[in-house]
Every structure is written in structure tokens, then in C-alpha cells.
Design a protein around this ligand. Structure first.
Ligand code: SRM
Ligand code: SF4
Length: 591
């Protein structure tokens, strides 16, 4: 089979330069060339068009309303108040007056036009943030759970996330040349550059070489018991193993081969949870990250992009062979994984005090959308907080925000602002809403088949009527929606998952584990959005009536026989219970 088209584009790009400079200078169109659109991703930029306006523009014989989405990398999700203020300003000045907090602890701007792209990127860099490798066939933003409960351990985990991020950042000077225009010929700066495991490839990219990776690559660091980063959904993960006193990280269990993306009707594509491959010491972790990336670089599928993620490489090679390849590069063997336990993948809201007496406030941001409405001036409120806040902000992997490291003497002032701008009220929502998450989808995402972030809030309102009826208002139930099966809000790890098939039509998935440790299963295919409430009502009522003590919704629907458990990603599409069979079955709770 021939190499995929993207391999040719990378090959011909001269380390991600392509004809971007020429394309940016072309004022006859708001777009870039097709090949360059693939390359901008490596620079953190996606060309999009407003899908709400497509028809109108076509009729008026105008080109689509092109603009660009910019994704800003924020390793571990930590941003200073100054950086927050800059992101806020750029959103108002160059984007669509909103900031999007993503499911991978990053900021996104939407609606930046071509003529302002360069200036926006330059100003992001002036805020000491960047967009390099926020997308593309490289390692992306490295996540780390923003765990304010265990500050010292969290600091060390965050340091690893940031070292990995640095080490695996592409080095090409194209980013400086194209976006920063500083004539420095400088490569992307990294704070440290440890020795490589391999002889560097020739050219500008010591780790990636000129073809970069076969596909996107995602890394996270997690500190149990919190799995808010959904470690099993990622290509590579490090689970911190902490000593008995809970004070120091003694090493990391290494996870490989997670991913969510699939295509409707193509059973050879499936979401997969990562396997735990072994244990390494903190000193070995960076080399392990590099080794896993290199084995994927050399063994990943470069012919079929739908089979190119690490999860399929591992399915093909088998975990033992994959581990052996990594160990060959490392020159040492990974140890047996150590015991660990995750107990949730959602966020914990409200105030938490850490061991130094500092305070942290986790705020629910519905679907990560920071903008002002007549009723809720969230963007203004956070701006006012950023102006006085002396700690930092932590973006969570569930699209929420932690106002972190508030000194005791500053707590009163921050509380007053939270109250003044009704942010305190945001946390008073139902357990269902507080655990809901939707991807962007329409109108910007070119791959969306149905609405997501613009629709989930009203669907949750409908389901809240059932929740109230069932007495489940304070129960945390993880609900996630995406506008297509790519899985950007990790819907197959939601206890309830909605995945768009076409406008107003969703597949409904049930039965994922509350700690993000079991995938869900298809419950009903192609459900009209008008029927979702009546479909789920009896199940939610059954759950309220017949659950065992402490039993989670995702576990209940499996025990009760609404869906079969998915034991492994490759079985995701199997064991679907046909609706007729389900109707004939004994009602769950009665079982
Ligand atoms: Fe995603 C593609 C948005 C997290 C799996 N994702 C896209 C694009 C860029 C559409 C495109 O390719 O044209 C979306 C841009 C929409 C827009 O208008 O902003 C998009 N993905 C997002 C974000 C913004 C969703 C959100 O609402 O927060 C998340 C940005 C994360 C970040 O900061 O980097 C986002 N995407 C994810 C996740 C979740 C995660 O990583 O934890 C996944 C599932 C995990 C995984 O990678 O398997 C995910 N996105 C995808 C895929 C499917 C990949 C696959 O292996 O099949 C695509 C499509 C693709 O790559 O071909 C995709
Ligand atoms: Fe777009 Fe699909 Fe990702 Fe949603 S899940 S943002 S619709 S690619």
C-alpha cells in the first residue's frame, strides 16, 4: 500500500514550512492551500469556515467564511493571571469574544481571520505561551491532573509533564520564521535538552525526523486517586506511585495505547483503553517517553491514517513485543507495575485547602466556554479575578477551571468576586450538569455531523426533569456528547455518551466506569434528539430505585443488563443488545 497523502506533504514541507509564507501573503482569499492546511496543524492552527453561513455564502457566490482556530499549549494546564488576561484580551481583539477551555487543558480561539493570524500568534508568544505542536502528527500538549490536594506530589508530576513537553517539542525553526518573523533563525526554545536515546536524524528534528509521527500523539501524567485526565484515553500515560507517607513519587506506572477516535460503520476502528506496560523510576520517565515515541515513529502505520494511532500499533505488535522494542532502545527493562487505584474521572468542585493553608476553587465552566451573556458575565468575572489574583489558574481536563493557590488573606476578595459575578451559582447545578462535557462541533468543526456544545446544555435541562423526579439531583453521573465519533469529549468514557450521526440524531452509549477505567457500549443507534429523554427516563428511575449502596450509574446499567460491559476496545462493537431482546429482558433493578 502507498504511503498516505499526509506523509508526502510532510516530506515535501521542508520541516513544516510548505508555502505558508506565500499563502499568508495572498490577500485574494481567506484560505490557505490544501497542503498548507495540513501543515498549519503542526503550528497549532486549523483552517475552518463558519458552517452556519455556508449555504448563504454559496448562494451569494462568496467563498466560505474562512477563519482559523488557534490552540494554545498550556502544559499541565497551568497559566498565570497575566497569561489569562492576555488570552482574554486576544479573544476580544482577534477572535470571537470567547475563550474555549479544551478537554486537554488548552485554550482555543475561534474565528481569527487570515490577515490577523500572524499578529495573534506573535502576541500569544509575547504572553510566554505558544501554539507549536498543539495539533499535528507530533506529541501534543502534555496533561497533568491539577490536583490541589497533594501539592508536593502534584508539583513533581507537573515537572515531569513539563519536561516531557519540552523534550518532545518539535525543534524546527519554521515556527519562528513564519509566525514570529524575528529573523533569528532560532529554533523553538526548550528549557532543557537531555541526551537522546538515538543518533539524531539528519536535519532539524532530532527526534521526529522529517516525517514526524504517523499520527497525533498524546501524553498525560496522573496522580491517583484522581483520573480527571482520563489517562486510559491517551497514547502514553504516567501514573504516579507515591510512597506510604503520600509525600514523594517513587516512580510511575507507564500506560500505552489509549485513544477514543473511531468512524461510524467501520468496526476496524474503535476506542481503546491504554494498557499498563510496566513501572519506571522518576529518573527514567523522560527516556521512557522518548522510547515510546520512537517505537511508534518507526512502527506506526504510515499508509492508512485511520489505523495510524499507537493503539493500533500495539494491537498489531502485541504489548509484549512493543515493550521489548522500547526496552531495546532504553537499555533497561521496565519493572512490574505497582498497585494503584483511581476513584473518579470528573472534577471536584468548590473550595479545597492544601497543606500550606492555600486555597483552590474549582469552578464549573459549562463545556469550557468562557464568554459573557446578559445573565452570566463569566468572561468579565474571570478577568476581574485575574486582575487581583496572585496565585495561578489551572485548566482541567474536563473543561473546567481552578483558581489556584489563593493565599488565606486573599480568599475573601476572590470569594466576593465569585459571588458578584454569579460564579458561585455555577457550582450549584445538578450532579448531571456538573459532570457534563461536550466537544465544540458546530459551527466551526469541519468534521461535526451534529450539534454538541450548543445542544448539550438544553438536553441536560430536559434530563434534569427526570433527575429531579428520581431524586438524583446530587448524584454525579458522567455525561458526554460529541458531534461525531472522533471522541473529542471522550464520550466512550461517559456513563452516558451521545455521539452525533447526523443533525439531531445521536448514538447513545451507556455503561462506562466512573473512574474512566471501562469503556461504554452502544445502547441505541440513531436516536432522534426529541426521543432521548423518554429513552433514558425509565433507566434513570430504575437506577434511583434499585441501585446498590454506592453503586454508580455506569456499573448499574451493566449489572441491570441494559448493556454488556466492554472488556476491551477491540470488543467495543460486539455484544450489542438488540432493542427487541432488551424489551423481553427482566427489568434491571428487579434482577
Ligand atoms: Fe479533537 C479532530 C476539537 C480533544 C480526537 N478535534 C479535532 C478537530 C481539530 C477537527 C478537525 O480535525 O478538523 C476539532 C476542532 C473543533 C473546533 O472547532 O475547535 C477538535 N479535540 C477538540 C477539542 C477542542 C474538543 C473540546 O471541545 O475541548 C479538544 C482539544 C484538545 C486539546 O487541547 O488538544 C479535543 N480530540 C480530543 C480528544 C480528547 C483527549 O485527547 O483527551 C480526542 C480523543 C482522544 C484521542 O485522541 O483518541 C480527540 N479530534 C480527535 C480525532 C480522532 C482521532 C483518532 O484517533 O481517530 C480527530 C480527527 C482526526 O484526528 O482525524 C479530532
Ligand atoms: Fe469535531 Fe467530532 Fe471532535 Fe466534536 S468530536 S470537535 S464534532 S471532530
Amino acid at each position: 500500500m502507498a504511503l498516505s497523502k499526509n506523509e508526502g506533504i510532510k516530506d515535501a514541507s521542508n520541516y513544516l514550512r510548505g508555502t505558508l509564507l506565500e499563502g499568508l501573503a495572498d490577500t485574494s482569499t481567506g484560505a490557505l492551500s490544501k497542503d498548507d492546511q495540513q501543515l498549519t496543524k503542526f503550528h497549532g492552527i486549523y483552517q475552518q469556515d463558519d458552517r452556519d453561513l455556508r449555504k448563504e455564502r454559496r448562494q451569494a457566490k462568496l467563498e466560505p467564511a474562512y477563519s482559523f482556530m488557534i490552540r494554545v499549549r498550556v502544559p499541565g494546564g497551568v497559566a498565570t493571571p497575566k497569561q489569562w488576561l492576555e488570552m482574554d484580551r486576544l479573544a476580544l481583539e482577534y477572535a470571537n469574544d470567547a475563550l474555549k477551555l479544551t478537554t486537554r487543558q488548552a485554550f482555543q480561539f475561534h474565528g481569527v481571520i487570515k490577515s490577523e493570524l500572524k499578529q495573534t500568534i506573535a502576541e500569544i508568544n509575547q504572553a510566554l505561551l505558544d501554539t507549536v505542536a498543539a495539533c499535528g502528527d507530533v506529541n501534543r500538549n502534555v496533561m497533568c491532573n491539577p490536583n490541589p490536594y497533594q501539592s508536593k506530589v502534584h508539583e513533581d508530576a507537573l515537572a515531569l509533564a513539563s519536561d516531557i513537553s519540552d523534550h518532545l517539542t518539535p525543534r524546527t525553526s519554521a515556527y519562528h520564521e513564519i509566525w514570529l518573523d524575528d529573523g533569528s533563525g532560532e529554533k523553538v526554545k526548550v528549557t532543557q535538552d537531555p541526551p537522546l536515546l538515538i543518533e539524531p536524524e539528519e536535519g532539524e528534528e532530532p527526534i521526529y525526523g522529517k516525517h514526524y509521527l504517523p499520527r497525533k500523539f498524546k501524553i498525560v501524567v496522573a496522580v491517583p486517586p484522581s483520573n480527571d485526565v482520563d489517562i486510559y484515553a491517551h497514547d502514553l500515560g504516567f501514573i504516579a506511585i507515591v510512597d506510604e507517607a503520600g509525600e514523594n513519587i517513587v516512580g510511575y506506572n507507564v500506560t500505552v495505547g489509549g485513544g477514543m477516535g473511531m468512524s461510524h460503520g467501520k468496526e476496524e476502528t474503535f476506542p481503546r483503553l491504554a494498557d499498563v506496560m510496566g513501572f519506571c523510576t522518576p529518573e527514567q520517565a523522560l527516556a521512557v517517553a522518548e522510547a515510546v515515541v520512537l517505537v511508534q515513529r518507526d512502527h506506526g502505520n504510515r499508509e492508512d491514517r485511520a489505523q495510524a494511532r499507537l493503539k493500533y500499533t500495539i494491537e498489531r505488535m502485541g504489548l509484549d513485543v512493543f515493550r521489548a522494542e522500547c526496552e531495546k532502545l532504553l537499555g533497561f527493562q521496565l519493572e512490574e507495575p505497582r498497585p494503584f487505584h483511581f476513584d473518579h474521572n470528573g472534577d471536584r468542585y468548590g473550595w479545597v485547602e492544601d497543606h500550606r493553608g492555600h486555597w483552590h476553587y474549582t469552578l464549573f465552566v459549562e463545556n469550557g466556554r468562557v464568554y459573557d451573556t446578559d445573565d452570566y458575565a463569566l468572561m468579565t468575572g474571570l478577568r476581574e479575578i485575574a486582575k487581583v489574583h496572585e496565585g495561578d489558574f489551572r485548566l482541567t481536563a474536563n473543561q473546567n477551571l481552578i483558581i489556584a493557590n489563593i493565599a488565606p488573606e486573599a480568599k475573601e476578595q476572590i470569594t466576593a468576586l465569585l459571588e458578584q459575578y454569579k460564579m458561585i451559582d455555577a457550582n450549584e447545578r445538578s450532579g448531571l450538569r456538573l459532570n457534563s462535557m461536550a466537544c465544540v462541533a458546530l459551527p466551526t468543526c469541519g468534521l461535526a455531523l451534529a450539534e454538541s456544545q450548543r445542544y448539550l446544555p438544553s438536553l441536560v435541562s430536559e434530563l434534569e426533569e427526570v433527575i429531579e423526579e428520581a431524586g438524583l439531583r446530587h448524584d454525579s453521573i458522567i455525561v458526554r456528547m460529541t458531534g461525531c465519533p472522533n471522541g473529542c469529549a471522550r464520550p466512550y468514557l461517559g456513563e452516558i455518551g451521545f455521539v452525533g450521526r447526523k443533525p439531531n440524531t445521536y448514538n447513545v452509549y451507556l455503561g462506562a466506569g466512573f473512574a474512566g477505567d471501562r469503556l461504554s457500549k452502544l445502547f441505541r443507534k440513531s436516536v432522534d434528539s426529541a426521543d432521548i429523554k423518554s429513552l433514558l427516563r425509565p433507566i434513570l428511575l430504575d437506577y434511583a430505585e434499585n441501585r446498590n449502596e454506592g453503586e454508580r450509574f455506569g456499573d448499574f446499567v451493566v449489572r441491570a443488563g441494559y448493556v454488556n460491559a466492554t472488556e476491551h476496545g477491540r470488543d467495543f462493537h460486539k455484544d450489542f443488545i438488540e432493542p427487541e431482546e432488551a424489551e423481553a429482558a427482566v427489568p434491571a433493578g428487579a434482577a
